[in-house]
Ligand binder design. Sequence first.
Ligand code: ATR
Length: 288
Amino acid sequence: MSVSYPVSRYAVIGQPVAHSRSPRIHALFAEATGECLIYERLPAPLDAFAETVREFRREGGLGLSVTVPFKLECLALAPEASERAKVAGAANTLAWHGDHWFADNTDGAGLLHDFARNLGVDVRGRDVLILGAGGAARGILRPLIAQEPRRLVIANRTPNKAIALAVLFAQHTGRSTTVLASPIVDLQGQQYDIVINSTSASLGRAAAEEVEAPWPATLFAPGALAYDLVYAAAPTAFLRWAARHGAARCADGLGMLVEQAALQFELWRGVLPATGPVLAQLRAEIKA
Ligand code: ATR
């Protein structure tokens, strides 16, 4: 006699998703926790995000990791959303709550878990610089501010976008934190304990050569951490530039990717998986 169980289905939805590490991460979480689930890649046409989600749900799907370029649409689609997703203005997670989708954003919390658990970095009382003012910056601002850095400065190639974000997020600060926007030219002579690259500049060669780096080379205070929200097999262009200009420590966003995925897994399955072994395994696989 054969017994069949309903399969719990999850997926990463985006365009493109062919190279997403999320299926591997969630498979490792499932293995470690003994949770029985299927996690797939779900490429969606650019103009058919909502339709693809609906179809996935019709087939019994219970949760989605949502990636580029659908994070804004994801928040708009869900009738219910977490406070942190609303503040970020974007969502990276959908969970089926009985009769509707619930949207969440685990990116910022994932970054802070990476700081605290994997890197031993405490944001409280530190001077933090965020390079870039796009969607990625917006997603991490609220959780960063909640940790009460001394100063949080947003610097962007297009200054008005940095100003808009600083104004928006200043209302979320306590007395101990100052949130400011700064034109890149004004960063000259300033030093920071934590410098986070949220620009897409790291993906190209812009920061690879000293002469082309858009930021002053004096940004790093003694002992400073340079953090790139993206990751790659080799150090990113931003991290190579940072290491040459005095960053004491450099880290890419692989830890954040694993940590934000663990929070998704917890939302879907009610179990928070251990992240350390998964991060180590993934790092080894990416380098191989
Ligand atoms: P994401 O959602 O990944 O944050 P985005 O919203 O398009 O993507 O934002 C990209 C960010 O990278 C922006 O802050 C952008 O600066 P502008 O607002 O001036 O466009 C920044 N960026 C992209 N290329 C850059 C470069 N070569 N130098 C500096 N900043 C760059």
